[in-house]
Design a protein around this ligand. Structure first.
Ligand code: LMR
Length: 394
């Protein structure tokens, strides 16, 4: 039986983490996997999350099952955070999942169940696991142009031109904010134009929002999700709490689905619960409960928002420092786009050969497509990285 299995292609991001760990050079720099790190390279537990965890330890008196779609308090708190008052709650179905990835998986399966012929349109490039999940589930997908390799900005004309090919009943996957892997994001005018086009095509939007609060702010980063929720009869959202609450290993995510009316929403709700039951039964509760406590308690929430804002503004400072250091090294503004990008990532526009040279010669680890994790930068390594990048592009 098991000898029939074939080796699978390695996940490029996770493979990089393994290579980094195995590298014995003490000077090595990790700009790989999308995990927030402070100036000491440590991924802290956020203060409010730790405080909620202490409270929970004191007060939690059972570990019995929650309900199949997770806890209603979590649903409400996350619907508020992501969607605000953009949609009538009677049309909303919510389901807790193991992380944002679990939510993406369940959204894809729900789409396949509703319409096996629907094509999901994804940006080129997109997070590698989007493609991998769709392949795994046998869901047809196509790509739309998104990134201009020369300017490292959005290729908006290309995006609109390729979305002209979307068919009625298809699904368009959009990154809610902080595009992974490029860091290049739609502005408000572009969101509006994209929304109009998808509506014209009678397609359904699917938003993956994994970095809310890391880009321009909590509300600003939800602009696209809220715009679309207010405009479309139907849409689906996969939201992750891994990054903005720092609860990576607790696997905390949610599906938010907008249906055309309250009756449809009941069936969507039951379908989402069914997906949970088939895939893993009850969703993990610990992280979801911490998130609910943080969002519902005014003091915890204020502290969380303050810490998240420090994280966000710290990354903007690092972006500026890297762009400045590169300008000083190479004498041009070629990398000025780093300060325009938002979120945890920027794709630098280096060739694979240059990325590999940085890895092998300089012990600087970035993903093969030259995506860097901005949170891997610090005062000490920025000049080293700038010198190394200058040397490989010469
Ligand atoms: C990333 O893109 O690095 C993160 O989303 C982590 C992951 O699971 O790939």
């Amino acid at each position: 039986m098991l000898d029939h299995l074939k080796p699978l292609p390695a996940d490029k991001i996770l493979m990089l983490t393994g290579l980094f760990r195995a590298d014995e050079r003490t000077t090595k720099i990790d700009l790989g996997v999308g995990v927030y790190k402070d100036a000491n390279g440590h991924t802290p537990i956020m203060r409010a999350v730790k405080a909620a965890e202490k409270q929970l330890w004191e007060t939690e008196d059972t570990k019995t099952y929650t309900s199949l779609p997770g806890d209603a308090g979590f649903h409400n708190a996350m619907a508020d955070l992501v969607l605000g008052d953009s949609v009538d709650r009677a049309r909303l179905s919510c389901c807790a999942t193991p992380g944002g990835t679990g939510a993406i998986h369940n959204v894809c399966e729900t789409i396949k169940m509703a319409n096996p012929n629907a094509t999901i349109w994804v940006s080129n490039p997109t997070w590698g696991n989007h493609l991998s999940i769709m392949k795994h589930l046998g869901i047809p997908f196509q790509t739309y142009d998104y990134f201009d390799e020369d300017t490292c900005a959005i290729d908006f004309d290309g995006m609109m031109a390729s979305l002209q090919n979307v068919q009625a009943g298809d699904v368009v996957l959009l990154h809610g904010c902080c595009h992974n892997p490029t860091g290049a994001n739609l502005n408000r005018t572009q969101w509006n134009e994209v929304a109009n086009l998808i509506q014209e095509k009678s397609a359904m939007p699917f938003i993956d929002i994994a970095y809310q609060g890391f880009g321009d702010g909590l509300d600003e980063d939800a602009y696209g999700a809220r715009l679309l929720a207010g405009k479309f009869d139907e849409m689906m959202i996969a939201a992750s709490c891994s990054k903005n609450f720092g609860v990576y290993r607790e696997r905390t995510g949610i599906v938010l689905a907008v249906s055309a009316n309250a009756d449809d929403a009941k069936i969507t709700q039951a379908t989402l619960a069914h997906m949970n039951r088939q895939n893993f039964s009850f969703p993990p509760d610990h992280g979801a409960r911490l998130v609910t406590m943080v969002l519902s308690d005014p003091a915890l929430r204020a502290d969380w928002e303050a810490e998240l804002e420090d994280v966000r503004s710290g990354m903007l400072v690092l972006r500026q420092k890297l762009a400045d250091a590169l300008r000083d090294e190479i004498g041009s503004d070629r990398f000025g786009f780093i300060t325009e990008h938002r979120g945890m990532f920027s794709r630098l526009g280096l060739t694979l050969e240059q990325v590999l040279e940085l890895r092998e010669t300089h012990a600087i680890y970035m993903v093969d497509d030259s995506r860097i994790n901005i949170a891997g930068l610090n005062e000490t390594n920025v000049p080293i990285i700038a010198k190394a990048v200058a040397s490989v592009i010469r």
